[in-house]
Ligand binder design. Structure first.
Ligand code: PLP
Length: 399
Protein backbone atom coordinates (compact mmCIF):
# COMPACT_ATOMS: atom_id res chain seq x y z
CA UNK A 1 0.00 0.00 0.00
CA UNK A 2 1.29 3.44 -0.90
CA UNK A 3 -0.33 6.76 -0.23
CA UNK A 4 -1.69 6.82 -3.77
CA UNK A 5 -2.58 3.14 -4.29
CA UNK A 6 -6.27 3.93 -4.36
CA UNK A 7 -5.96 6.77 -6.88
CA UNK A 8 -7.76 5.74 -10.05
CA UNK A 9 -6.59 6.81 -13.48
CA UNK A 10 -9.00 9.56 -14.53
CA UNK A 11 -10.35 9.58 -18.07
CA UNK A 12 -8.63 12.01 -20.41
CA UNK A 13 -10.33 15.34 -21.00
CA UNK A 14 -12.23 14.66 -24.25
CA UNK A 15 -10.99 17.77 -26.05
CA UNK A 16 -7.43 18.05 -24.77
CA UNK A 17 -7.11 14.25 -25.19
CA UNK A 18 -8.17 14.52 -28.82
CA UNK A 19 -5.60 17.25 -29.43
CA UNK A 20 -2.88 14.94 -28.04
CA UNK A 21 -3.93 12.26 -30.53
CA UNK A 22 -3.94 14.84 -33.34
CA UNK A 23 -0.44 16.07 -32.47
CA UNK A 24 0.86 12.48 -32.47
CA UNK A 25 -0.76 11.71 -35.88
CA UNK A 26 1.88 11.54 -38.64
CA UNK A 27 -0.48 12.22 -41.58
CA UNK A 28 0.78 15.34 -43.35
CA UNK A 29 -2.66 16.73 -44.21
CA UNK A 30 -4.36 16.01 -40.86
CA UNK A 31 -7.11 18.40 -39.76
CA UNK A 32 -8.14 19.17 -36.18
CA UNK A 33 -11.83 20.10 -36.03
CA UNK A 34 -12.01 19.01 -32.39
CA UNK A 35 -10.76 22.10 -30.60
CA UNK A 36 -12.71 25.22 -29.67
CA UNK A 37 -10.25 27.63 -31.19
CA UNK A 38 -10.47 30.08 -34.09
CA UNK A 39 -7.84 29.59 -36.78
CA UNK A 40 -7.01 31.87 -39.71
CA UNK A 41 -7.24 30.68 -43.30
CA UNK A 42 -3.54 29.76 -42.92
CA UNK A 43 -4.46 27.43 -40.06
CA UNK A 44 -2.85 29.64 -37.40
CA UNK A 45 -4.20 31.02 -34.11
CA UNK A 46 -4.21 34.76 -34.83
CA UNK A 47 -2.34 37.32 -32.76
CA UNK A 48 -4.69 40.27 -33.17
CA UNK A 49 -3.04 43.54 -34.24
CA UNK A 50 -4.97 45.44 -31.56
CA UNK A 51 -3.64 43.00 -28.94
CA UNK A 52 -0.07 43.27 -30.24
CA UNK A 53 -0.19 47.06 -30.24
CA UNK A 54 -1.63 47.24 -26.73
CA UNK A 55 0.94 44.72 -25.54
CA UNK A 56 3.88 46.57 -27.10
CA UNK A 57 2.79 49.82 -25.47
CA UNK A 58 2.33 48.04 -22.15
CA UNK A 59 5.70 46.29 -22.24
CA UNK A 60 7.45 49.54 -23.20
CA UNK A 61 6.24 51.03 -19.92
CA UNK A 62 8.34 48.53 -17.91
CA UNK A 63 5.74 48.47 -15.17
CA UNK A 64 6.43 46.73 -11.87
CA UNK A 65 4.41 43.55 -11.19
CA UNK A 66 2.72 44.26 -7.90
CA UNK A 67 -0.44 42.50 -6.80
CA UNK A 68 -3.61 43.84 -8.32
CA UNK A 69 -6.93 44.04 -6.43
CA UNK A 70 -8.65 40.76 -5.53
CA UNK A 71 -11.48 41.58 -7.94
CA UNK A 72 -9.16 42.89 -10.68
CA UNK A 73 -8.47 46.44 -11.83
CA UNK A 74 -11.27 48.99 -12.26
CA UNK A 75 -10.60 49.94 -15.90
CA UNK A 76 -10.88 46.28 -16.85
CA UNK A 77 -14.06 45.62 -14.89
CA UNK A 78 -15.73 48.75 -16.21
CA UNK A 79 -14.83 47.83 -19.78
CA UNK A 80 -16.38 44.39 -19.24
CA UNK A 81 -19.58 45.95 -17.93
CA UNK A 82 -19.82 48.37 -20.85
CA UNK A 83 -19.36 45.55 -23.32
CA UNK A 84 -22.02 43.39 -21.70
CA UNK A 85 -24.66 45.94 -20.76
CA UNK A 86 -23.84 48.97 -22.95
CA UNK A 87 -22.01 52.05 -21.65
CA UNK A 88 -25.28 53.84 -20.82
CA UNK A 89 -26.90 50.97 -18.96
CA UNK A 90 -29.02 52.09 -15.98
CA UNK A 91 -27.79 48.98 -14.15
CA UNK A 92 -24.25 50.32 -14.22
CA UNK A 93 -25.36 53.84 -13.32
CA UNK A 94 -27.35 52.53 -10.36
CA UNK A 95 -24.42 50.47 -9.05
CA UNK A 96 -26.29 47.19 -9.56
CA UNK A 97 -23.45 45.36 -11.32
CA UNK A 98 -20.56 43.77 -9.45
CA UNK A 99 -17.76 42.61 -11.75
CA UNK A 100 -14.59 40.75 -10.89
CA UNK A 101 -11.86 39.79 -13.32
CA UNK A 102 -11.53 36.00 -13.30
CA UNK A 103 -9.22 33.39 -14.77
CA UNK A 104 -10.94 32.90 -18.11
CA UNK A 105 -14.60 32.08 -18.56
CA UNK A 106 -13.94 28.83 -16.71
CA UNK A 107 -12.67 30.69 -13.66
CA UNK A 108 -15.69 33.02 -13.79
CA UNK A 109 -18.08 30.06 -13.86
CA UNK A 110 -16.31 28.41 -10.95
CA UNK A 111 -16.14 31.58 -8.82
CA UNK A 112 -19.84 32.18 -9.57
CA UNK A 113 -20.73 28.57 -8.71
CA UNK A 114 -18.78 28.79 -5.44
CA UNK A 115 -20.50 32.07 -4.59
CA UNK A 116 -23.98 30.63 -5.19
CA UNK A 117 -23.13 27.48 -3.25
CA UNK A 118 -22.23 29.63 -0.24
CA UNK A 119 -25.73 31.16 -0.33
CA UNK A 120 -26.76 27.75 0.97
CA UNK A 121 -29.96 27.62 -1.07
CA UNK A 122 -29.87 23.81 -1.31
CA UNK A 123 -30.97 23.83 -4.93
CA UNK A 124 -29.48 22.11 -8.00
CA UNK A 125 -27.80 23.56 -11.07
CA UNK A 126 -29.19 22.86 -14.54
CA UNK A 127 -27.15 22.75 -17.73
CA UNK A 128 -28.28 22.30 -21.33
CA UNK A 129 -28.29 18.89 -22.96
CA UNK A 130 -25.81 18.88 -24.60
CA UNK A 131 -23.45 21.54 -23.34
CA UNK A 132 -19.79 22.52 -23.14
CA UNK A 133 -18.31 19.49 -21.37
CA UNK A 134 -16.85 21.48 -18.47
CA UNK A 135 -20.15 22.93 -17.21
CA UNK A 136 -21.11 19.75 -15.38
CA UNK A 137 -17.66 19.31 -13.84
CA UNK A 138 -17.47 22.91 -12.65
CA UNK A 139 -20.84 22.87 -10.91
CA UNK A 140 -20.32 19.40 -9.45
CA UNK A 141 -16.92 20.44 -8.14
CA UNK A 142 -18.60 23.41 -6.46
CA UNK A 143 -20.96 21.00 -4.69
CA UNK A 144 -24.10 21.15 -6.84
CA UNK A 145 -26.34 18.34 -7.94
CA UNK A 146 -26.38 18.90 -11.71
CA UNK A 147 -29.40 18.28 -13.93
CA UNK A 148 -29.77 18.53 -17.71
CA UNK A 149 -32.44 20.59 -19.39
CA UNK A 150 -33.74 19.58 -22.79
CA UNK A 151 -32.16 21.72 -25.48
CA UNK A 152 -31.22 20.22 -28.82
CA UNK A 153 -33.49 18.44 -31.26
CA UNK A 154 -31.37 16.23 -33.49
CA UNK A 155 -34.27 15.78 -35.93
CA UNK A 156 -34.52 19.50 -36.75
CA UNK A 157 -30.88 20.37 -35.89
CA UNK A 158 -32.37 23.25 -33.90
CA UNK A 159 -33.59 23.92 -30.37
CA UNK A 160 -36.38 21.83 -28.85
CA UNK A 161 -37.85 24.90 -27.23
CA UNK A 162 -41.01 23.23 -25.95
CA UNK A 163 -38.78 20.65 -24.24
CA UNK A 164 -36.57 23.38 -22.80
CA UNK A 165 -39.58 25.21 -21.35
CA UNK A 166 -40.90 21.99 -19.84
CA UNK A 167 -37.55 21.28 -18.16
CA UNK A 168 -37.16 24.80 -16.79
CA UNK A 169 -40.69 24.82 -15.43
CA UNK A 170 -40.02 21.59 -13.55
CA UNK A 171 -37.13 22.91 -11.46
CA UNK A 172 -37.32 23.82 -7.79
CA UNK A 173 -36.97 27.43 -6.69
CA UNK A 174 -33.39 28.77 -6.73
CA UNK A 175 -32.14 26.26 -9.29
CA UNK A 176 -29.15 27.82 -11.05
CA UNK A 177 -29.81 27.64 -14.79
CA UNK A 178 -26.72 27.90 -16.97
CA UNK A 179 -27.71 29.51 -20.29
CA UNK A 180 -25.43 30.03 -23.30
CA UNK A 181 -25.82 33.75 -24.04
CA UNK A 182 -25.01 33.23 -27.73
CA UNK A 183 -23.30 30.74 -30.08
CA UNK A 184 -24.34 27.64 -28.15
CA UNK A 185 -21.44 25.23 -27.63
CA UNK A 186 -21.56 22.50 -28.96
CA UNK A 187 -24.65 22.73 -31.16
CA UNK A 188 -24.46 26.20 -32.78
CA UNK A 189 -28.24 26.44 -32.22
CA UNK A 190 -29.44 29.55 -30.35
CA UNK A 191 -32.90 30.55 -29.19
CA UNK A 192 -34.65 33.62 -30.65
CA UNK A 193 -35.28 36.94 -28.94
CA UNK A 194 -38.94 36.03 -28.39
CA UNK A 195 -37.87 32.73 -26.83
CA UNK A 196 -35.41 34.54 -24.55
CA UNK A 197 -38.31 36.65 -23.31
CA UNK A 198 -40.21 33.48 -22.47
CA UNK A 199 -37.20 32.00 -20.66
CA UNK A 200 -36.94 35.19 -18.61
CA UNK A 201 -40.61 34.94 -17.63
CA UNK A 202 -40.08 31.35 -16.48
CA UNK A 203 -36.95 32.28 -14.52
CA UNK A 204 -38.94 35.04 -12.84
CA UNK A 205 -42.06 33.07 -12.04
CA UNK A 206 -40.15 29.98 -10.86
CA UNK A 207 -37.54 32.06 -9.01
CA UNK A 208 -34.64 30.42 -10.82
CA UNK A 209 -31.13 31.86 -10.80
CA UNK A 210 -30.05 32.63 -14.38
CA UNK A 211 -26.33 32.21 -15.06
CA UNK A 212 -25.48 33.42 -18.56
CA UNK A 213 -22.30 32.07 -20.06
CA UNK A 214 -20.94 34.52 -22.63
CA UNK A 215 -17.89 32.94 -24.24
CA UNK A 216 -18.41 34.02 -27.86
CA UNK A 217 -19.62 37.62 -27.88
CA UNK A 218 -19.13 38.97 -31.40
CA UNK A 219 -18.98 35.63 -33.19
CA UNK A 220 -22.61 35.43 -34.38
CA UNK A 221 -23.98 38.79 -35.51
CA UNK A 222 -21.89 41.47 -33.78
CA UNK A 223 -20.89 42.66 -30.32
CA UNK A 224 -24.16 44.36 -29.37
CA UNK A 225 -26.42 41.96 -31.28
CA UNK A 226 -24.85 38.99 -29.49
CA UNK A 227 -25.49 40.70 -26.18
CA UNK A 228 -29.28 40.53 -26.63
CA UNK A 229 -29.90 37.89 -23.97
CA UNK A 230 -27.81 39.76 -21.41
CA UNK A 231 -29.60 43.03 -22.25
CA UNK A 232 -33.04 41.39 -21.93
CA UNK A 233 -32.14 39.94 -18.54
CA UNK A 234 -30.81 43.38 -17.55
CA UNK A 235 -34.21 44.89 -18.42
CA UNK A 236 -36.05 42.18 -16.48
CA UNK A 237 -35.22 43.53 -13.05
CA UNK A 238 -33.96 40.12 -11.92
CA UNK A 239 -30.72 39.32 -10.16
CA UNK A 240 -28.51 37.13 -12.33
CA UNK A 241 -24.96 36.08 -13.12
CA UNK A 242 -22.84 36.48 -16.26
CA UNK A 243 -19.51 34.81 -16.93
CA UNK A 244 -17.62 36.31 -19.81
CA UNK A 245 -14.50 35.22 -21.61
CA UNK A 246 -12.04 37.00 -23.90
CA UNK A 247 -10.29 33.79 -24.90
CA UNK A 248 -12.00 33.64 -28.29
CA UNK A 249 -12.94 37.25 -29.02
CA UNK A 250 -9.39 38.51 -28.35
CA UNK A 251 -7.65 35.27 -29.33
CA UNK A 252 -6.05 35.33 -25.87
CA UNK A 253 -6.70 31.70 -24.93
CA UNK A 254 -3.56 31.12 -22.87
CA UNK A 255 -3.72 34.44 -21.03
CA UNK A 256 -6.87 33.29 -19.21
CA UNK A 257 -8.89 36.50 -19.29
CA UNK A 258 -12.51 36.47 -18.18
CA UNK A 259 -14.90 38.07 -15.73
CA UNK A 260 -17.83 37.34 -13.49
CA UNK A 261 -20.61 39.91 -13.26
CA UNK A 262 -23.36 39.67 -10.66
CA UNK A 263 -26.46 41.80 -11.05
CA UNK A 264 -27.96 42.82 -7.73
CA UNK A 265 -31.00 44.84 -6.69
CA UNK A 266 -29.19 47.91 -5.29
CA UNK A 267 -25.85 49.61 -4.75
CA UNK A 268 -26.00 48.65 -1.10
CA UNK A 269 -26.56 44.99 -2.00
CA UNK A 270 -23.66 45.23 -4.48
CA UNK A 271 -21.29 46.27 -1.69
CA UNK A 272 -22.20 43.23 0.39
CA UNK A 273 -22.06 40.89 -2.61
CA UNK A 274 -18.65 42.20 -3.66
CA UNK A 275 -17.25 41.74 -0.16
CA UNK A 276 -18.25 38.05 -0.17
CA UNK A 277 -17.16 37.55 -3.78
CA UNK A 278 -13.71 38.79 -2.81
CA UNK A 279 -13.56 36.17 -0.07
CA UNK A 280 -14.35 33.43 -2.59
CA UNK A 281 -11.53 34.64 -4.83
CA UNK A 282 -9.03 35.37 -2.05
CA UNK A 283 -9.27 31.83 -0.70
CA UNK A 284 -8.92 30.34 -4.17
CA UNK A 285 -6.19 32.14 -6.14
CA UNK A 286 -5.92 35.43 -4.21
CA UNK A 287 -6.08 37.82 -7.17
CA UNK A 288 -5.94 37.65 -10.95
CA UNK A 289 -2.78 37.87 -13.09
CA UNK A 290 -1.85 41.26 -14.54
CA UNK A 291 -1.01 40.80 -18.20
CA UNK A 292 -4.08 39.60 -20.13
CA UNK A 293 -6.55 41.87 -18.36
CA UNK A 294 -4.29 44.89 -18.90
CA UNK A 295 -4.23 44.17 -22.66
CA UNK A 296 -8.00 43.78 -22.88
CA UNK A 297 -8.60 46.94 -20.82
CA UNK A 298 -6.19 48.94 -23.01
CA UNK A 299 -7.88 47.75 -26.21
CA UNK A 300 -11.43 48.33 -24.99
CA UNK A 301 -10.67 51.72 -23.44
CA UNK A 302 -8.58 53.20 -26.30
CA UNK A 303 -10.80 54.26 -29.25
CA UNK A 304 -8.18 53.55 -31.94
CA UNK A 305 -7.41 50.06 -30.57
CA UNK A 306 -11.06 49.36 -29.94
CA UNK A 307 -11.89 50.11 -33.57
CA UNK A 308 -9.03 47.88 -34.73
CA UNK A 309 -10.28 45.04 -32.51
CA UNK A 310 -13.87 45.37 -33.70
CA UNK A 311 -12.65 45.08 -37.29
CA UNK A 312 -10.53 42.05 -36.49
CA UNK A 313 -13.43 40.42 -34.66
CA UNK A 314 -15.64 41.07 -37.70
CA UNK A 315 -13.00 39.42 -39.90
CA UNK A 316 -13.10 36.30 -37.72
CA UNK A 317 -16.90 36.28 -37.68
CA UNK A 318 -17.19 36.72 -41.43
CA UNK A 319 -14.60 34.06 -42.19
CA UNK A 320 -16.53 31.53 -40.12
CA UNK A 321 -19.75 32.47 -41.93
CA UNK A 322 -18.06 32.05 -45.30
CA UNK A 323 -16.73 28.64 -44.27
CA UNK A 324 -20.23 27.58 -43.22
CA UNK A 325 -21.63 28.72 -46.57
CA UNK A 326 -18.88 27.13 -48.67
CA UNK A 327 -18.95 23.93 -46.62
CA UNK A 328 -22.63 23.31 -47.34
CA UNK A 329 -21.99 23.77 -51.06
CA UNK A 330 -18.88 21.57 -51.07
CA UNK A 331 -20.61 18.78 -49.16
CA UNK A 332 -23.37 18.73 -51.80
CA UNK A 333 -20.77 18.81 -54.61
CA UNK A 334 -18.96 15.88 -52.95
CA UNK A 335 -22.18 13.86 -53.24
CA UNK A 336 -23.82 14.23 -49.83
CA UNK A 337 -27.55 13.58 -50.34
CA UNK A 338 -28.73 14.73 -46.90
CA UNK A 339 -29.80 18.34 -46.45
CA UNK A 340 -26.97 19.85 -44.40
CA UNK A 341 -28.03 23.47 -44.90
CA UNK A 342 -28.50 23.75 -41.11
CA UNK A 343 -24.70 24.09 -40.88
CA UNK A 344 -25.05 27.51 -42.47
CA UNK A 345 -27.80 28.56 -40.04
CA UNK A 346 -25.94 27.50 -36.89
CA UNK A 347 -23.99 30.22 -35.12
CA UNK A 348 -20.55 30.68 -33.65
CA UNK A 349 -17.60 28.35 -33.89
CA UNK A 350 -19.36 25.00 -33.76
CA UNK A 351 -21.73 22.80 -35.62
CA UNK A 352 -23.43 19.68 -34.43
CA UNK A 353 -22.88 17.95 -37.75
CA UNK A 354 -25.08 14.91 -37.11
CA UNK A 355 -22.09 12.58 -37.70
CA UNK A 356 -22.20 9.46 -35.53
CA UNK A 357 -19.37 8.33 -33.24
CA UNK A 358 -18.51 5.57 -35.77
CA UNK A 359 -18.35 8.05 -38.64
CA UNK A 360 -16.15 10.37 -36.57
CA UNK A 361 -13.84 7.45 -35.78
CA UNK A 362 -13.53 6.60 -39.48
CA UNK A 363 -12.67 10.21 -40.31
CA UNK A 364 -9.90 10.09 -37.72
CA UNK A 365 -8.48 6.70 -38.74
CA UNK A 366 -8.81 6.99 -42.50
CA UNK A 367 -8.27 10.71 -43.10
CA UNK A 368 -6.61 12.19 -40.02
CA UNK A 369 -9.66 14.44 -39.54
CA UNK A 370 -10.35 14.92 -35.83
CA UNK A 371 -13.80 15.80 -34.46
CA UNK A 372 -15.61 15.11 -31.20
CA UNK A 373 -17.37 11.75 -30.96
CA UNK A 374 -20.65 13.66 -30.51
CA UNK A 375 -20.28 14.94 -34.08
CA UNK A 376 -19.33 18.45 -32.99
CA UNK A 377 -17.03 20.08 -35.51
CA UNK A 378 -15.25 23.41 -35.14
CA UNK A 379 -16.17 25.33 -38.28
CA UNK A 380 -13.59 27.95 -37.32
CA UNK A 381 -10.87 25.37 -38.06
CA UNK A 382 -11.98 24.92 -41.68
CA UNK A 383 -10.03 26.88 -44.30
CA UNK A 384 -9.69 27.15 -48.07
CA UNK A 385 -6.93 24.50 -48.02
CA UNK A 386 -8.66 21.78 -45.98
CA UNK A 387 -12.35 22.30 -46.76
CA UNK A 388 -12.39 20.13 -49.93
CA UNK A 389 -10.66 17.24 -48.19
CA UNK A 390 -13.05 17.44 -45.22
CA UNK A 391 -16.14 17.64 -47.47
CA UNK A 392 -15.01 14.63 -49.54
CA UNK A 393 -14.19 12.58 -46.45
CA UNK A 394 -17.55 13.34 -44.83
CA UNK A 395 -19.34 12.45 -48.08
CA UNK A 396 -17.53 9.10 -48.03
CA UNK A 397 -18.42 8.20 -44.43
CA UNK A 398 -22.03 9.28 -44.97
CA UNK A 399 -22.43 7.21 -48.16
N1 PLP B 1 -18.09 28.53 -21.72
C1 PLP B 1 -18.20 27.99 -22.93
C2 PLP B 1 -19.55 27.72 -23.48
C3 PLP B 1 -17.06 27.66 -23.66
O1 PLP B 1 -17.19 27.11 -24.86
C4 PLP B 1 -15.79 27.93 -23.11
C5 PLP B 1 -14.56 27.58 -23.81
O2 PLP B 1 -14.51 26.82 -24.72
C6 PLP B 1 -15.73 28.49 -21.84
C7 PLP B 1 -16.90 28.78 -21.17
C8 PLP B 1 -14.42 28.75 -21.14
O3 PLP B 1 -13.69 29.77 -21.65
P1 PLP B 1 -12.20 30.04 -21.16
O4 PLP B 1 -11.32 29.33 -22.11
O5 PLP B 1 -12.07 31.52 -21.21
O6 PLP B 1 -12.06 29.52 -19.79
Amino acid sequence: MTLFSSVQLAPKDPIFGLTEAYVADQKPDKVNLGVGVYFTDEGKIPLLKAVLKAEEELVAKHLPRGYIPIDGPNPYNQAVQNLLFGAHSPLIKDGRVVTAECIGGTGALRVGADFIERLNLKAPAAISNPTWENHRGIFEAAGFEVRDYTYFDSATHGVDFAGMVKSLESYPKHTTVVLHACCHNPTGADITEAQWRQVIEICKSKELIPFLDMAYQGFADGIDQDGIAVRLFADSGMSFFVSSSFSKSFSLYGERVGALSIITQSKEESNRVLSQLKRVIRTNYSNPPTHGGAIVAAVLNTPELRQMWEEELATMRNRIKKMRHDFVIKLAEAGVKEDLSFIEDQRGMFSYSGLTAEQVERLQKEDGIYALSTGRICVAALNTKNIDKVARAIARVLA
